[in-house]
Write a protein that binds this ligand. Structure first.
Ligand code: COA
Length: 325
């Protein structure tokens, strides 16, 4: 069974905030942020939610795929910043778009969330269990940022991206998603954390907690620069595709310097590593599908092109897949 992406969509909040504007909130500068990260601006929610952004992205992806919401069997929303603990964002999306037949649930693997959700949906479709899936990565990270911590709040942005993934038995379907690898290393989890609210019940009360993102930036930088190239080489070897055949390496947009380090280790030209973090910052699970949608809508993806997608982040989690567009 061929399983391929047939539509992409994205939705960003209405408000874009430049580095200059951020420098009026915390002690930083456009120069520092650009030099260290490649980020020039990001979108921040002024009321948009994980569910509303995911809904917008999913509607656009369905439209591109030429599918109706009623045709969707499975909705997965990857997020680490949902405003609702219950119900999950995927069920809210299901209700918003009217996908009555779909089973819907969320998946949290931080910045690898979309990658892992895509792989999960692929496994369902490959097994013949479902035929049409909607997969979104959606974040309102500004809600979990400490706006007094210049080491983190300048890096992240809000937004959502989505794809339609379909099982296709036709002869001209191409190869679609060819293979993936994915890993978790919980022993290094303390490098990037965000605690939930403290436990208070009739029998136990915790101290109040820091419920904002706390990060060891250098540790994350080293992990990504070291581990991602190894993971990409592994998926290429597993799928027997030479790296020279890859048109684009679509990587999680955390930091332009991380991406440069990965390109160097893979010995591939930077022109094969598209970037959008200059405009959107790090949107965690939304990064990959938003960039994919941008490439598609700019006409840069042709049928038959081979792509590598790779995500990495808190957990620690990381993975990569190879697909034919
Ligand atoms: N503006 C100005 N100065 C800042 C700053 C900011 N926004 N943030 C930190 N600094 C300062 C620090 O306080 C420190 O000052 P000091 O030397 O006086 O103590 C100095 O800059 C260097 O800090 P450091 O943390 O060593 O900088 P760095 O070169 O490692 O860059 C990151 C910091 C966060 C940009 C970098 O480590 C990084 O991108 N890591 C990966 C993070 C990531 O991508 N996370 C998400 C993964 S999904």
């Amino acid at each position: 069974m061929i399983v391929r992406i047939t539509g992409t969509g994205s939705m960003l909040p209405a408000k874009q905030v430049t580095n200059l504007e951020i420098s009026q909130i915390v002690d930083t500068s456009d120069e520092w942020i650009r030099e260290r990260t490649g980020i020039g601006a990001r979108y921040l929610s002024t009321g948009e939610t994980v569910a509303s952004l995911a809904t917008g992205a999913c509607e656009k992806a369905l439209e591109m795929a030429g599918r109706t919401a009623e045709e969707v069997d499975l909705i997965l929303v990857a997020s680490c910043s949902s405003e609702m603990l219950l119900p999950c964002s995927a069920c809210q999306v299901q209700a918003n778009i009217g996908a009555r037949r779909a089973v819907a649930f969320d998946l949290n693997a931080a910045c690898s969330g979309f990658m892992f959700a895509l792989n999960t949906a692929y496994a369902y479709l490959q097994a013949g269990i479902y035929k049409t899936a909607l997969i979104a990565g959606s974040e309102v990270l500004s809600k979990i940022m400490d706006w007094e911590d210049r080491g983190t709040c300048v890096l992240f942005g809000d937004g959502a991206g989505a794809v339609v993934l379909e099982a296709d038995a036709s002869t001209n379907a191409g190869r679609g998603l060819i293979g993936f690898v994915q890993y978790s290393d919980g022993s290094k989890g303390e490098a990037l954390v965000c605690e939930s609210r403290a436990l208070h019940n009739p029998y136990y009360s915790e101290e109040s907690k820091n419920t904002y993102v706390q990060m060891d930036g250098r540790e994350i930088f080293k992990f990504a620069a070291r581990q991602v190239p190894v993971t990409i080489e592994e998926v290429l070897q597993k799928t027997a595709i030479p790296k020279e055949e890859i048109s684009y390496f679509v990587l999680h947009q955390a930091n332009a310097r991380i991406i440069e380090a990965i390109a160097k280790r893979l010995d591939m030209g930077l022109e094969k590593f598209p970037l959008n973090l200059d405009q959107v910052g790090n949107m965690s699970s939304a990064s990959l599908p938003v960039l994919l949608d941008k490439l598609q809508r700019e006409g840069r993806l042709d049928r038959g092109m081979k792509l590598v997608l790779s995500g990495f982040g808190a957990g620690l989690t990381y993975g990569a897949c190879v697909l034919e567009w």
